[in-house]
Design a protein around this ligand. Structure first.
Ligand code: NDP
Length: 299
């Protein structure tokens, strides 16, 4: 076998970030008032959340996006959190509001994410944006970042989706479901699989495009793939690895070594979908700021 071509998410993300930086700079030359701004809300101190938040803060800063982190103690009440979100909704200098998930159990993620004004919902998880995305001909203001990153990787790699069989593994609100809407809207024929799916291997065998987002290390084997398939691996799983200083290693939901022999295009983990997620968040913030700016400029 020739071996699949690797889709370099790190390089694609870098060029998108540089593009955003230039876009902001250029706009500020004629419109100094144009200052894209994001507020991230973190409740509690989960170390994985803190890592993601740090990545977002750093990337925003590099792109010249104002990014403020608002931290609340673990035991904040839902009413207090909602009150703060409403304040941000009414703050015209803030264009994006992101609530870092997961939230502590006593807070409803549904209630909290839906409190964010749809026009500032840069994660795209609120009911309005998800609903628009799911509707035929709907017009979401923001598309969730990881799914948008998946689509951008396909686009940048020149993958034709029209009429192709796309199989999505996973049906979460964060990845699987929105990816399936986007693929369907791009005229692929989409099959969504989950933990109750039967004959998974046979379904995967028919996939021209496979998007894996199940959180199961190296689950999909190369032998299951259709020769020439395009494989997008969203999974981020840490497995023990004594050769690493940290004692663990990051792997995807796809067994890369066997899949690379059968696929035509494949994303590595790390360096595939991961870097795209933050990048699409920044893009959403810039798009939001542009929309706010144009609305006020028109008055
Ligand atoms: P969830 O745990 O919310 O959802 C997992 C989905 O996979 C569920 O729909 C579940 O089915 C399904 N599933 C689990 N096991 C199997 C199986 N053996 N066979 C078929 N389907 C299965 O995960 P997320 O969607 O949040 O994340 C998925 C993966 O993507 C994780 O590894 C996560 O770390 C990663 N991720 C990566 C991001 C990035 O930026 N690169 C961003 C977000 C997530 P059911 O619905 O029946 O329970």
């Amino acid at each position: 076998a020739m071996g699949a071509q690797k889709i370099d998410g790190t390089a694609i993300a870098k060029s998108i970030r540089e593009g955003l930086h230039d876009q902001i700079k250029k706009k500020q030359e004629t419109s100094p008032r144009f200052k894209p701004a994001l507020t991230i809300i973190q409740v509690g101190d989960r170390s994985d959340s803190s890592t993601y938040v740090r990545m977002k803060l750093k990337a925003a800063e590099e792109a010249n996006i104002i990014c403020e982190l608002k931290k609340f103690p673990e035991d904040i009440t839902e009413a207090e959190l909602l009150e703060y979100i409403y304040t941000l909704n009414n703050n015209t200098t803030v264009h994006g509001i992101l609530v870092q998930l997961p939230l502590p159990k006593h807070l409803s993620e549904h209630t909290v994410t839906s409190a964010v004004d749809a026009e500032k919902d840069v994660d795209g998880f609120g009911a309005i944006n998800i609903g628009e995305l799911a509707k035929r001909g709907g017009r979401p203001l923001f598309v969730p970042c990881t799914p948008q990153g998946v689509m951008r990787l396909l686009e940048e790699s020149g993958v034709d989706l029209k009429g192709k069989n796309a199989v999505v593994l996973g049906r979460s609100d964060i990845v699987g479901s929105p990816v399936s809407y986007l693929l369907k809207n791009a005229d692929a024929t989409v099959t969504v699989c989950h933990s109750k799916t039967q004959n998974l291997e046979a379904i995967i065998k028919e996939a021209d495009i496979l998007v894996a987002a199940i959180g199961q290390p190296k689950f999909v084997k190369g032998e299951w793939l259709k020769p020439g398939a395009v494989v997008i691996d969203v999974g981020t799983n840490y497995i023990p690895d004594s050769s690493k200083k940290s004692g663990e290693r990051l792997v995807g939901d796809v067994d890369y070594d066997s899949a690379v022999e059968v696929a035509s295009l494949i994303t590595p983990v790390p360096g595939g979908v991961g870097p795209m997620t933050v990048c699409m968040l920044l893009q959403n913030v810039v798009n939001s700021a542009t929309r706010f700016y144009e609305q006020t400029a028109a008055r």
